[in-house]
Design a protein around this ligand. Structure first.
Ligand SMILES: Nc1ncnc2c1ncn2[C@@H]1O[C@H](COP(=O)(O)OP(=O)(O)OP(=O)(O)O)[C@@H](O)[C@H]1O
Ligand SMILES: [Mg+2]
Length: 332
């Protein structure tokens, strides 16, 4: 596309490059100096709790919000200076939220294609292809007013793919979806990448980042606090987690003391009283903790060993949980 070729290029080896990206709302720095390097063909995950600045960062990169300070490039094209070029390079979900509810899924996709300047027969065949690819064939001719949340999400993603953009932003693509629909979404995202796309997705779920992302940046209060492969992040918190529910919630501090003595580290206290999670380097250390708790006379209602949660990754990386208001700090 000539318009893209004409744009001045910086580092064309990267799909996304940001340096010191900042967005301020009043006094609040929602995005506070973020540096990113995203390679073409990878799935890059941005992991962070509510209010971390994930959506704000994506909106700046998609030219939907002004960049207050710092710099961003998409395939070497400066975002602030070339918004019209960036909009051709990037597909953003959520952008099409105001689709016409009375039209069918097929009609909506066709209409988006037409609005992007695609000829009618071609728009029709792209719509049919996307409906098949997203498992929406059966519902294709129903008005989207009758669609479930998961179907809407898939239609939204399908709409953002009509022009086959090389870079796709997915803002929490599976939040609120049931497990089966989540799995379908993950498959779709993998398919996009196999087809040559680069994907930048935000999520609140470690398991999602783990399943999908090649690399992950962890964001907290507008800042990047860690970056690495999902495995590298998990190693920071141990390979597994012992989840305990105490019979008597008042024994939390006694139980914490036992954990500290056995493992030399503190457990993560859940906002739910009497529940605590213990990061373990090896799953078999769980037995040592349980024996020590019984010796100390601390009774337990339930026990399980699981993979670390996002909460624990956060606690390990930032010293606080994903929910700042949780009782984690004062319970210690
Ligand atoms: N238009 C706005 N005006 C004022 N403050 C805003 C605006 N948009 C976002 N914020 C604030 O910026 C911070 C980051 O918000 P953002 O939506 O980027 O977080 P997020 O990481 O996407 O969270 P979530 O997981 O809940 O979607 C929050 O404190 C939010 O209240
Ligand atoms: Mg958000």
């Amino acid at each position: 596309m000539s318009i893209i070729e004409a744009a001045p290029r910086g580092d064309t080896d990267l799909a996304v490059r940001t340096e010191g990206l900042v967005k301020t709302f009043g006094e609040h720095r929602a995005v506070d100096g973020i540096d990113l390097r995203i390679r073409p063909g990878e799935i890059f995950g941005v992991l962070g709790p509510n209010g971390a600045g994930k959506t704000t960062m994506l909106r700046m990169l998609a030219t939907l919000l002004k960049i207050d300070a710092g710099r961003a490039e998409v395939f070497g094209v400066d975002v602030a200076g070339n918004p019209h070029v960036i909009r051709q390079l990037v597909g953003v979900t959520g952008q099409y939220a105001s689709v016409d509810e009375s039209l069918t899924a097929r009609e909506n996709l066709w209409l988006f294609g037409r609005l992007q300047g695609i000829a009618s027969p071609r728009a029709r065949s792209i719509a049919a292809e996307l409906l098949g690819q997203f498992g929406l064939e059966e519902a294709a001719d129903k008005p989207i007013a009758q669609f479930s949340g998961g179907m809407r999400r898939r239609l939204d993603l399908a709409a953002s793919l009509i022009t086959r953009p090389p870079l796709i932003f997915l803002d929490e693509p599976t939040t609120g979806l049931d497990p089966r629909t989540r799995g379908q979404m993950w498959d779709t995202i993998r398919y996009l990448v196999a087809d040559g796309c680069t994907v930048l997705l935000t999520t609140q779920y470690l398991d999602e980042a783990d399943q999908l992302a090649d690399r992950v940046a962890v964001i907290d209060h507008g800042r990047k606090v860690a970056e690495g492969t999902p495995d590298e992040l998990k190693i920071a918190v141990g390979n597994s987690t012992l989840q305990l529910l105490l019979a008597d919630p008042d024994e939390v501090s006694a139980a914490s003391e036992v954990v500290r003595r056995v493992l030399g580290s503190d457990p993560v206290l859940s906002p739910e009283r009497g529940r605590l999670n213990v990061a373990l380097d090896q799953a078999d250390l769980a037995a040592d903790v349980l024996i020590a708790l019984r010796t100390a006379g601390v009774s337990i209602t339930s026990v399980s060993v699981a993979k670390p949660s996002l909460d624990e990754v956060f606690l390990a990386l930032t010293g606080h949980g994903t929910d700042d208001d949780s009782s984690t700090e004062e319970n210690r």
